[in-house]
Design a protein around this ligand. Structure first.
Ligand code: 5GP
Length: 188
């Protein structure tokens, strides 16, 4: 049986990771998507068991206590974690997986799965990110300032302490998507 690969994608906030992931992942059905648990409330259109397993804080704490999460972290005031059993079952079948983890969660993930392949998605620069947020016109100055500060911290942490074999600077979506396809193709 072939050995499955674990791909972990992380990003600095606002880098466009979700758009990139939603564009490319459907082209690689052999990659099993790891559905995380979260205590965050579902957004419009999000389905339990598809986008996330939505949990109460009590349910989430019970999962931690029972050792059911391979890693977990608090991101922007909510808890997120990766179910362990799905990883074990999928690897036992020889299949590959894709994880969407924040930069801090990725470090904990590496402690268990040290050969996971890290993909970091970055905005071209903080200036470009600020312009994108301002052009969108949905956030107040205060929210924009906070997002930029979070993004800066995530970038700094990922680049100094993270283990990422690949970095994609998301300047142009089509180009970024092609880079991501290339990374997957190299492993299949
Ligand atoms: P969102 O609420 O926008 O879906 O996700 C917020 C952040 O949580 C993103 O940076 C995403 O990568 C991260 N995230 C999603 N699932 C997990 C998980 O299972 N573990 C960790 N550590 N981060 C996660």
């Amino acid at each position: 049986m072939t050995k499955g690969h674990l791909f972990v994608m992380s990003a600095a906030s606002g880098a466009g990771k979700t758009t990139l992931k939603d564009l490319v992942l459907p082209e690689f059905p052999q990659l099993r998507y790891s559905i995380s648990c979260t205590t965050r409330k579902p957004r419009t259109g999000e389905v339990n068991g598809v986008h996330y397993y939505f949990k109460t804080p009590e349910e989430f704490k019970a999962m931690i206590a029972a050792g059911q999460l391979a890693e977990w972290n608090e991101v922007h005031g909510n808890f997120y974690g990766t179910p362990r059993k799905f990883i074990e079952d999928t690897l036992a079948q020889g299949n590959s997986m894709f994880f969407d983890l924040d930069v801090f969660g990725k470090v904990n993930f590496d402690k268990i799965y040290s050969d996971a392949i890290g993909i970091l998605v970055l905005p071209p620069s903080l200036e470009v990110l600020e312009r994108r947020l301002r052009d969108r016109g949905t956030d107040s100055d205060e929210v924009i300032r906070l997002r930029l500060e979070n993004s800066r911290k995530e970038m700094e942490f990922a680049q100094s302490q993270g283990k990422y074999e690949h970095t994609i600077v998301n300047d142009d979506l089509a180009q970024a998507a092609e880079l991501l396809r290339d990374i997957f193709r190299r492993h299949f």
